[in-house]
Write a protein that binds this ligand. Structure first.
Ligand code: ACO
Length: 333
């Protein structure tokens, strides 16, 4: 059994904060942020939630695929910033969309989450367990951001992206590729955020107050070094494992964390920058939403064509990282 992406969607909050807005909150500048990260603005939720953005991105992906919600067998939401603990975001998406036949659960692996959701759905689909999966990355990182910390608040944004995966007999046109993924909990201290529910029993009513450990905290240089070493390595591993040459890859769709990270990865792989699309200037780092938002933009711009091979690569907190090869074939092409 083979499986392929057959539709994409995304939802971006309309409210934006540009670098000048951030410079009113912390000691920084538009010039510094652009030069060190490539980010110019980020979109921030107002009335939206992680669940509402996930549902809208999912609805748009199903529309793009031309499939009714009843056909969806599996909904996976990758998020570290859901507005709900119970029920899971995926069940809420199911309710919103009327995807009554779906099995639903969430997955939490920060910026590698969408790649892991893709791999999980592909395992179900190619294993013959389900036929249609809706996978979504949705994040409201603005809720986890310490807006007094210039080392992190310049980086993150909110949004959601989604893809519909369908199993079928696509013959040789769609290859089935094995993913490569890694985790190193030993290096987890590089990027942390305590749960707001991490209080002791009866003390839980005290709230988080000014304790910054309840916001994302990051050793930026450690994360940078990890990304520029491990991402090219894992891409090399996934290409070698599947006997795919770099020349066969049309685009490397990397988690959108920092333009300099993408540039170093391209250089280390010896691949031209044209193969590394980016949209982080507009959205900043949206964690597990960044890859599907970029995928959806490229799909709607008509840049993706049947037969193209793409590499999806995620990396982030955990530490976690991984890469998967996708052969593009919208069912309508
Ligand atoms: N504005 C102005 N100056 C700043 C700012 C800022 N926002 N932040 C730091 N500085 C200063 C520092 O204080 C330091 O000053 P000093 O030399 O006087 O001590 C100087 O700028 C350089 O600081 P560095 O931390 O060395 O800056 P760096 O070039 O490493 O850039 C950055 C920092 C942008 C955070 C970078 O390390 C980075 O992008 N790291 C990766 C982060 C990332 O992608 N994280 C997400 C991973 S995915 C996930 O799972 C969420």
């Amino acid at each position: 059994m083979t499986a392929t992406i057959c539709g994409t969607g995304s939802y971006i909050p309309s409210y934006t904060m540009d670098n000048h807005d951030i410079a009113k909150l912390v000691d920084t500048s538009d010039e510094w942020i652009r030069e060190r990260t490539g980010i110019a603005r980020r979109h921030i939720i107002q009335n939206e939630t992680t669940v509402s953005m996930a549902a809208e991105a999912g609805r748009r992906a199903l529309e793009d695929a031309g499939l009714p919600p009843e056909e969806v067998d599996l909904i996976l939401v990758s998020t570290i910033s859901s507005n709900l603990i119970l029920p899971c975001a995926a069940c809420e998406v199911q309710k919103e969309l009327g995807a009554v036949n779906a099995t639903c659960f969430d997955l939490s692996a920060a910026c590698t989450g969408f790649v892991l959701a893709y791999n999980t759905a592909m395992a179900y689909l190619t294993g013959g367990i389900y036929r249609t999966a809706l996978i979504i990355g949705s994040e409201s990182l603005s809720n986890l951001t310490n807006w007094k910390d210039r080392g992190t608040c310049i980086l993150f944004g909110d949004g959601a992206g989604a893809a519909v995966l369908r199993a079928g007999d696509f013959g040789k046109a769609v290859g089935t590729y094995l993913p490569v993924t890694h985790s190193d909990g030993g290096r987890g201290a590089a990027l942390t955020c305590k749960s707001r529910h991490d209080y002791n029993g009866l003390n839980c009513h005290k709230g988080s107050g000014d304790d910054v450990s309840y916001y994302m905290q990051m050793d930026g240089q450690a994360v940078f070094k990890f990304a520029v070493k491990n991402v090219p390595e894992v891409i090399g591993e996934v290409l070698a494992l599947n006997h795919v040459d770099p020349e066969e890859i049309t685009y490397y769709i990397l988690h959108q964390a920092n333009r300099r990270i993408v540039e170093v990865v391209a250089k280390r792989l010896g691949e031209p920058m044209e193969k590394f699309p980016m949209n982080l200037e507009e959205y900043g780092n949206t964690s597990s939403a960044s890859i599907p938002i970029l995928l959806d933009e490229m799909n709607r711009q008509g840049r993706l064509r049947a037969g193209q091979k793409l590499v999806l690569a995620g990396f982030g907190a955990g530490l976690t990282w991984g890469a998967s090869i996708v052969e593009w074939r919208s069912l309508r092409q």
